[in-house]
Design a protein around this ligand. Structure first.
Ligand code: ADP
Ligand code: AMP
Length: 214
């Protein structure tokens, strides 16, 4: 199954991906995670991406598209993939359509996790992420059993440097201007499944799985 998950920053995409990838045995492709790995490793791509990420701006389309095309060609995508955080602009969506056509594959569904903007600042500033396995927590809505420690792997939890109030507001403006129009783009292709993301995490998971026919 080839899936795409959309929604605003803090909408709960990464959280739902943890379940979806296990349930469908597909590979999680998060462009945000890929950029953060490149920044950490100090690659040329990471150096270029960092300034955009720190300012809450989008990394230029050509860099993102090349990175995703390369990733989709890896053997672990053959059984299916879950794209998270890509595409974020109309040119990225068009490039994805072209790449999938070239590969002779199609998207099976596009999930849109909808959450009102006023809920997102609190979700993002309270987010904590595991340095080792990438699992996502929230200080109030999804706290780890032991403070600062991942419940899956025991790894250290940290706060993303772009999860500050000023950067979050910029990211939400960018989302509304550049990414939200893609909801209509995929609705027109008949692929869109809308899920109410403004509910308890477990209920959102139930709705996500149900929308895919499980
Ligand atoms: P995204 O990947 O869309 O940016 P995340 O999955 O990282 O979003 O979620 C952002 C923050 O909100 C995290 O701290 C997460 O634990 C929390 N969160 C996710 N889903 C919900 C929900 N349904 N209700 C409350 N908090 C949530
Ligand atoms: P995320 O982890 O999805 O919140 O992404 C973190 C940051 O990485 C974003 O604010 C962008 O700067 C960058 N980024 C991730 N995915 C994309 C994309 N598809 N297009 C452009 N920039 C991206």
């Amino acid at each position: 199954m080839n899936l795409l998950i959309m929604g605003p920053p803090g909408g709960g995409k990464g959280t739902q991906c943890e379940v979806l990838t296990k349930e469908h045995n597909i590979t999680h492709i998060s462009t945000g995670d890929m950029f953060r790995e490149n920044v950490k490793a100090g690659t040329e791509l990471g150096k270029k991406a960092k300034e955009y990420m720190d300012n809450g701006q989008l990394v230029p389309d050509e860099l993102v598209v090349a990175m995703v095309k390369d990733r989709l060609s890896k053997p672990d995508c053959e059984n299916g993939f879950l794209l998270d955080g890509f595409p974020r602009t109309t040119p990225q969506a068009e490039a994805l359509d072209g790449a999938l056509t070239e590969m002779g594959i199609k998207l099976d569904a596009v999930l849109n996790i909808a959450v009102p903007r006023e809920k997102l600042l609190g979700r993002l500033t309270g987010r904590r992420v595991c340095r080792s396995c990438g699992a996502t927590y929230h200080v109030i809505f999804n706290p780890p059993k032991d403070e600062g420690k991942c419940g899956n792997c025991g790894g250290e939890l940290y706060q993303r440097s772009d999860d500050t109030e000023a950067t979050v507001n910029q990211r939400l403006d960018v989302y509304e201007a550049q990414t939200a129009p893609l909801i209509e783009y995929y609705a027109k292709q008949g692929l869109l499944k809308e899920v109410n993301g403004d509910q308890d995490i477990k209920i959102v998971t139930q709705d996500v799985l149900a929308s895919l026919g499980r």
